[in-house]
Design a protein around this ligand. Structure first.
Ligand code: HXC
Length: 279
């Protein structure tokens, strides 16, 4: 299934599951987070899409809003998650326009392949600053609003940090930090009524989820390497993941069906990392 204008009708979820809710999504113009946003909006939420590039944030907001008549989706560009002031400004703007924040996805990330010899200290710091510090800054910015709404926080990590993967020292370190931060904040925020979880996507293709799919994520094409063609048949569930797989897990974690779930890292990878496979 694709997260399109028929998602609310055809998915397993109630069409108005998130009516009246507001989502705040960093990295929301990117392939995976945009589809997470689409699912929330299709099921009734309004949203703020936060990004560095204002044109991309605006275009993503328009595309997401088109899924449901009456949806309000703001594109907030020129935001750098490495600056807590920048992301605080975005959170305040979102609340001034949308009234509140119930759901947060801290999804902004940057990555590239580099072996240790070609990974400068500044390159390592860049990825840590976007992925890990950026996720922390996002929580700093939205915390007062989430406390008020007793909302939910969702991090996006990966599975590469569970094994050792060449060329990904920087991203693995950042994603391991995100897993740890998610666990810690779940414990600290539980008594405040805020649930905190993390999704760890495996190898995610496009909506079709096979290696020939032209909509395969840019990240996958760029980071997947030469083995990408054989990968689907080696994954236990025999296919690449889809952006819809991540969106469905997101819907579950934000829904009342997960009201007793916090501090979980939900791996959505078709069983890939348990099988010892790695991209
Ligand atoms: C080695 C590199 C490099 C590369 C950048 N650097 N790309 N080093 N190999 N391919 C180094 C630069 O030389 C510089 O170090 C330092 O990193 C900072 O680079 P800048 O370009 O100045 O930084 P910035 O503009 O902040 O760029 C951020 C970036 C960039 C992450 C480095 O690659 C980027 O924005 N990428 C696009 C976003 C992206 O990839 N999104 C998809 C993420 S998917 P020096 O020493 O020269 O100053 C994802 C999923 C991960 O994250 C899960 C696992 C698969």
């Amino acid at each position: 299934m694709i997260v399109d204008e028929n998602y609310a009708k055809n998915s397993s979820w109630k069409p108005d599951l998130f009516k009246g809710k507001v989502a705040f999504i960093t990295g929301g113009s990117g392939t995976i987070c945009k589809v997470q946003a689409k699912a929330l909006v299709a099921l009734g939420a309004n949203a703020a899409i936060i990004g560095r590039n204002p044109d991309k944030a605006e275009a993503a907001a328009k595309e997401i809003a088109s899924l449901r008549p009456g949806a309000t989706v703001l594109g907030i560009g020129n935001v750098d998650v490495r600056s807590v002031q920048s992301i605080k400004h975005a959170a305040d703007l979102a609340v001034s326009k949308l009234g509140k924040i119930d759901f947060v996805i801290a999804g902004a990330a940057g990555n590239f392949l580099a072996d240790f010899n070609h990974l400068s200290s500044n390159a390592f710091k860049s990825v840590i600053s976007i992925d890990l510090l950026g996720a922390f800054n996002t929580v700093k910015a939205v915390f007062p609003h989430l406390k008020k709404s007793q909302g939910c926080l969702l991090f996006v990590s990966a599975t590469l940090q569970y094994t050792g993967i060449p060329l990904q020292t920087h991203a693995s370190a950042a994603k391991a930090g995100i897993d740890a931060m998610s666990n810690n904040l779940a414990v600290e925020f539980g008594p405040l009524g805020i649930r905190v979880n993390c999704i760890a996507p495996g190898a995610i293709g496009g909506n079709g989820g096979d290696s020939n799919d032209s909509s395969m994520t840019e990240g996958m094409k760029r980071l997947g390497g030469a083995k990408i063609e054989q990968l689907p048949k080696e994954i236990p569930l025999q296919r690449l993941g889809t952006t819809t797989d991540i969106a469905d897990a997101t819907v579950w974690l934000f829904s009342p069906a997960a009201s007793y779930v916090t501090g979980e890292i939900v791996v959505v990878d078709g069983g890939m990392w348990h099988s010892g496979l790695r991209t």
